[in-house]
Design a protein around this ligand. Structure first.
Ligand code: ATP
Ligand code: FE
Length: 372
């Protein structure tokens, strides 16, 4: 079993070839981070053009690096949602054209399910049920994974995701975000005192598993303004050592509280999950922010305290990639969940495959009924 996975839901164009027993034969990621850093965010039309420009090359490179051609594949998997429809369409069109040309089954993949299930490629004996914390640019989810395609959502963000808060803070602190704001902020935070700015931990009064990062963002902005740290267009490279320290203090304090919020919510989610599924043994942490070493080490304490284990994919499988899409395709394919090969490619037809808004599983209302 050999599956090609394609990912274009946001700002990375990615493709990979993975075998049924979890061997990664190739993986290619072409990032738009540099473009985004110049324009201040994802502009759908611009992102679509960037995907269109590289998609053929990225997929071809993935096939070449695996020393395979389309004829050797068993199926093609592609992210069909959630995400920006203009961007999703680029990947789906490409996937359908390959599946059509080589007469291959087609598997439409949920982007957040892919972030979750890649943990089962990394940790081959990871069994259901498990708990998953998905932290990325657009999502902040706590889910109970009961089986492939069967998820219960314990919590989500009521406003921004943690990755968005990292990205904004990095931008405001004048960091070089050409390789991504989160990583730049994590690096600067090493130089700062994480107790120097007293940010408030979000949502403590709500005894649930939801998240909120908009208020923390506002607190950061106010701290920056009140300390007269020059921001936005004032790059950190030209800051004096005093000012650099001041920015590092804000970065470290932000990170401490942003992650404390995750820790508190995970603690509660573990308690809920143990009530629902006493056999639960593992917390999976995935999505771009899971590549952060501080996040990983703090969540490690949480799981140790609760007698369960942590599975956190390596950083290049936490951020958007084609491997997670190919692997999720494999998980579904094995269960017979795939579409027949598309007929001769029909450009009018592919719109029906996109699911730009697509919740992952049903919402859990603690203490009330399990599903709404
Ligand atoms: P989503 O998965 O919600 O659709 P996305 O696909 O754009 O969003 P990912 O690629 O999964 O997101 O993750 C990108 C996010 O991860 C960005 O917000 C980025 O800043 C953040 N990130 C990446 N590395 C780190 C890091 N070391 N520390 C903190 N955040 C990080
Ligand atoms: Fe993602």
């Amino acid at each position: 079993l050999i599956v090609l996975g394609i990912e274009t839901s946001c700002d990375d164009t990615a493709a990979a070839v993975v075998t049924g027993n979890g061997k990664i034969l190739s993986q290619i990621v072409s990032s738009q981070a540099d473009l985004l850093s110049r324009y201040g965010g994802v502009a759908p039309k611009m992102a679509e053009e960037a995907h269109s420009l590289v998609i053929d090359q990225v997929v071809q490179q993935a096939l070449d690096n695996s020393s395979l051609t389309g004829e050797d594949l068993s199926a093609v998997a592609v992210t069909i949602g959630p995400g920006l429809s203009l961007c999703l369409r680029v990947g789906v069109t490409k996937a359908r054209s390959i599946a059509g040309r080589f007469n291959l089954p087609f598997i439409g993949v949920h982007h957040m399910e892919a972030h979750t299930l890649v943990a089962r490629l990394v940790e081959r004996d990871l069994q259901f049920p498990f708990l998953a914390l998905l932290i990325s640019g657009g999502h902040n989810l706590l889910i109970l994974a009961r089986d492939v395609g069967h998820y219960v959502q314990l919590g989500t963000t009521i406003d921004d995701a943690i990755g968005e808060a990292y990205d904004k803070t990095a931008r405001w602190l004048g960091l070089d975000i050409s390789k991504g704001g989160g990583q730049a902020l994590e690096e600067l935070a090493h130089e700062g005192d994480s107790n120097s700015v007293k940010f408030k931990i979000p949502m403590r009064q709500y005894k649930d598993c939801n998240f909120s990062y908009a208020g923390l963002k506002t607190q950061v902005r106010l701290a920056i303004e009140s300390r007269h740290v020059c921001v936005d267009k004032n790059p950190i490279l030209s800051a004096s050592s005093h000012e650099r320290k001041s920015r590092a203090d804000i970065a470290a304090s932000f990170q401490r509280v942003a992650v404390l919020h995750l820790e508190e919510r995970c603690q509660r989610a573990i308690e809920w999950a143990k009530e629902m599924e006493p056999s639960i043994k593992c917390l999976v942490v995935s999505g771009g922010v899971a590549s952060n070493q501080y996040v990983r080490s703090r969540l490690n304490y949480v799981v140790e305290r609760n007698g369960i284990s942590l599975v956190c994919p390596p950083p290049n499988l936490c951020t958007d990639n084609g491997v997670m899409v190919a692997w999720t395709g494999i998980e579904h394919f094995i269960l017979g969940r795939f579409d027949p090969p598309p007929p001769a490619f029909d450009p009018e037809d592919y719109m029906c495959d996109l699911r730009p808004r697509w919740p992952l599983g049903e919402e859990y209302l603690h203490g009330k009924s399990e599903a709404r």
